[in-house]
Design a protein. Structure first.
Length: 108
């Protein structure tokens, strides 16, 4: 479940990442229109893709940190309750086993 959650979030972030090729394709239109030179278009595409990559890496890192914080919080909050429930189950199982072993066996 954790991996699915992580992959879903990262896929959403990945969809926001702009690749150099996608930017370059958009810039090609501006070059055809004569609004920018081919060299400027390449430079702009590289700059936008680099910024996008850095933003993705930063967001991914922050997401990982937040996820680890959340898991740590959940572990600290629920671990004692889980341990108490496990102890209760063991006690009930022991009690049930003890009661079953002391019942007189009926003859058929």
């Amino acid at each position: 479940m954790i991996e699915t959650f992580k992959k879903t979030l990262l896929a959403g972030l990945g969809a926001a990442v702009v690749t150099k090729d996608k930017v370059q394709a958009g810039m090609d239109d501006l070059v055809k229109q004569g609004k920018v030179t081919a060299a400027d278009a390449r430079e702009i595409a590289e700059k936008i893709a680099g910024e996008s990559r850095r933003e993705f890496e930063d967001a991914s890192s922050k997401l990982g940190d937040k996820f680890r914080d959340l898991m740590s919080y959940a572990d600290n909050k629920f671990a004692p309750k889980l341990e108490a429930l496990e102890a209760r189950v063991r006690a009930l199982e022991a009690k049930t086993h003890k009661a079953a072993s002391h019942k007189p066996h009926s003859k058929s």
